[in-house]
Design a protein. Structure first.
Length: 315
């Protein structure tokens, strides 16, 4: 569907990669300005870390179980002079369509390198060529991904003292973050509670990741500008003064809190760790463990298989 939309209407922004997933599989869809795109399936037991450049490399559009894309993705690159058929080098999407400045940027290279090292358990050199995907050292939990999103190169040669968001090499958790999130998709539970967006407004290292369940039918007051229908109707309209401080919106409370931490980061982050990471988030994850059992008595029976043999909830 995404590819058909790109080919019909085109894509006006700079190149971008979208993560498209359901509880059973995940794909990366990379689009370029114009009407061309390519997608690659993430192997079931592997992870992909995406900085601000394309990570899809060699492709095989004949293997539709793992690759999809514009039929002329290679021909167009040849036409534009981005790929030479006379060379002995196989076609590489990221090299042909990616911006050299993005590939050479230490801000992008270091962030990807840091995430891969953390989750793989390996110690790759910053100059190593990294594959599209990799096998993690352990099964990856939501908490593990949250930890990566909070990373500032701790324990590496790129770690700095003071406020880590002033690091000249952009960190994963940075001053430019508007939010951090982890999409948790569990195929053994109904979508209403199995699909959860763990969201940290503003900056991951200073805010708790709060679960937003797919089954909710309303947003708490102060956490949305308008309702869902209005958002759809105004999606393509330019919003004036989007960065204007609105006291009634919760986002700005998170912004102010993050800024206050940044003024004395080394000292205040200790208290944040104790109260948000160690205490509050642990409560949220503990509550989630019992929610699935409790909700089977609230949701319609047909959403749970074998509902007649359901065990009582553990609360």
């Amino acid at each position: 569907v995404g590819g058909a939309l790109v080919e019909e209407f085109g894509y006006v922004s700079s190149g971008r990669t979208y993560c498209i997933a359901d509880p059973n599989e995940a794909w990366l869809m990379s689009v370029v300005r114009g009407k061309h795109w390519v997608a690659q399936r993430v192997p079931d037991d592997q992870i992909v870390a995406i900085p601000n450049f394309y990570v899809i490399n060699e492709i095989d559009l004949a293997d539709t179980n793992n690759y999809l894309g514009s039929s002329d993705i290679i021909d167009y690159a040849i036409q534009r002079g981005w790929y030479d058929t006379l060379s002995s080098i196989p076609f590489n999407f990221s090299h042909a369509y990616g911006a050299p400045t993005s590939f050479s940027s230490i801000h992008n290279i270091a962030r990807r390198w840091s995430a891969v090292n953390i989750l793989s358990g390996n110690l790759y050199d910053i100059n190593d060529t990294l594959a599209f995907s990799f096998i993690p050292q352990n099964n990856v939990s939501v908490q593990a991904l949250i930890s990566v999103l909070r990373n500032h190169y701790e324990g590496t040669v790129y770690e700095t003292t003071g406020n880590p968001h002033n690091n000249p090499k952009m960190t994963i958790c940075s001053s430019t973050n508007q939010n951090g999130f982890v999409a948790q998709l569990r195929n053994w539970l109904p979508a209403e509670i199995g699909s959860v967006l763990w969201l940290a407004p503003r900056r991951p290292c200073t805010q708790p990741f709060i679960p937003w369940y797919c089954g909710i039918d309303s947003i708490a007051e102060g956490y949305a500008r308008n309702d869902y229908q209005t958002a759809l109707e105004e999606h393509f309209e330019t919003t004036e003064n989007i960065y204007e401080h609105v006291p009634t919106l919760a986002f700005w409370a998170f912004v102010e809190f993050a800024d206050s931490i940044g003024n004395d980061y080394e000292n205040t982050i200790v208290e944040v760790n104790e109260n948000i990471y160690t205490y509050f988030e642990q409560i949220l994850f503990a509550d989630q463990a019992s929610l699935g059992s409790a909700m089977q008595y609230v949701l319609p029976d047909e959403t749970y298989p074998n509902s007649s043999t359901r065990a009582p909830p553990t609360l």
